[in-house]
Design a protein around this ligand. Structure first.
Ligand code: NAD
Ligand code: ISE
Length: 341
């Protein structure tokens, strides 16, 4: 069976996903694409033999579209995902699931009303070999009880569309999902620490440090720096009661010369996480081909809701210069072990 995917949004990551789904992932084809930049969508559609839909709702309703990938800007995600749910179609939504906790909760509520999970959220680190090794080491007890973690998330630069509080809602939202997953605990409070602004990014609050308190008392300090200039740098160290596990950048080449020993830093997220995106999409397509709607271990709508709730709380913490508590709705049975379907 070939799963026909419709892709909404053919910008930076949407174009990459179209190429993966049409060329690299086994068992999928791209049936339709849509972007308000209609020329770009038409050219991409022609390149991969897909239909260029007239609107995103037309794409969702297309009978050739078995499942939808949402790769539009974050503030459109909730509405587009809700339309997929209304059409009964599985959807892989790029992060964040929504830009407000209220909108993300509407997605959760719509799934609960439908009685099944159809939404997967594109927190692709859960498919990254390095992050999976960190998770495996923790789960195997190799570091004893995980107590705290240090994390950095640095981008060399960000596009002009990256504004306001996106360091928290678009960038560090990855860490909010990652550390909920690694520690298997909800994040219950955040404190954002104001840092001297980089002179190269004066329109953004950049860098920032966020302290995350988890339900069992573990603490994570996470740095976001979206204009670090030198490369794409995502690392972490989890400290346990008997050891630590650290994730470095994947090693590429080491250059010895001019009295120095140098190691390359990935240039961007596409290079650093290329294999993770590929594995994420393959797991999704395999799940759909096997009759499931969400890949095992993937972030689902609840995870998307929890992550953006933490981001929203971090924004509140920054605004009021103090600690803020995360308020989550009660977790529906649909997302717990015994109720999951
Ligand atoms: P982008 O700006 O390059 O692309 C967004 C595209 O959406 C543009 O082509 C734009 O024309 C299009 N668009 C605007 N309005 C639209 C509408 N109404 N319907 C359909 N398309 C519309 O942004 P991007 O970097 O590709 O990011 C897209 C999403 O993917 C964001 O949510 C971002 O957070 C996420 N993302 C995730 C990762 C990751 O590591 N998982 C990496 C990059 C981006
Ligand atoms: C981007 O949208 C991503 O998701 C990248 O993984 C992240 O590193 C970057 O900060 C975001 O803007």
């Amino acid at each position: 069976m070939t799963v026909g995917v419709g892709v909404i949004g053919t910008g930076m990551i949407g174009t990459q996903h179209v190429h993966r789904l049409s060329r690299a992932v086994v068992g999928s084809s791209v049936a339709a694409v849509f972007d308000v930049a209609s020329d770009r969508a038409a050219a991409l559609a022609q390149e991969v033999g897909a239909r260029a839909a007239g609107s995103w709702s037309d794409l969702v309703e297309d009978p050739q579209v078995d499942a939808v990938m949402v790769a539009s800007p974050g503030d459109l995600h909730a509405e587009q995902v809700l339309a997929c749910l209304a059409a009964g179609k599985p959807v892989l939504c790029e992060k964040p699931l929504a830009t407000t906790a209220d909108d993300a909760l509407k997605v959760v509520e719509a799934e609960v009303a439908a009685g099944r999970r159809l939404v997967q959220v594109g927190f692709m680190r859960r498919y990254d070999a390095g992050f999976r090794d960190v998770k495996a080491a923790i789960d195997a007890g190799e570091i004893g009880e995980p107590l705290l973690a240090h994390a950095v998330h640095r981008n060399p630069s960000v596009p002009d569309t990256f504004v306001g509080e996106m360091s928290l809602t678009d960038s560090l939202v990855h860490e909010f999902d990652t550390f909920r997953w690694l520690f298997a605990q909800e994040i219950v409070a955040t404190t954002v620490i104001a840092v001297r602004h980089s002179p190269l990014a004066s329109h953004l609050r950049d860098p920032q440090i966020v302290l995350l308190e988890l339900a069992n008392g573990a603490v994570v300090d996470a740095e976001s720096f979206v204009n670090c200039r030198y490369g794409y740098d995502v690392r972490c160290e989890v400290v346990g009661s008997t050891g630590t596990v650290a994730l470095d950048n994947p090693r590429t080449t080491i250059v010895l010369g001019d009295g120095r020993r140098g190691e390359q830093v990935p240039p961007d997220w596409g290079v650093r996480f290329g294999q993770a995106y590929q594995d994420e999409l393959q797991a999704w397509i395999d799940a759909l081909a096997g009759g499931a709607t969400v890949a095992p271990g993937a972030s689902d709508a609840w995870d998307g809701y929890a992550a953006i709730s933490v981001a929203e709380t971090a924004v509140a913490s920054f605004t009021r210069h103090g600690r803020a508590e995360v308020r989550l709705a009660d977790k529906p049975r649909l997302y717990t072990g015994e109720g999951r379907s």
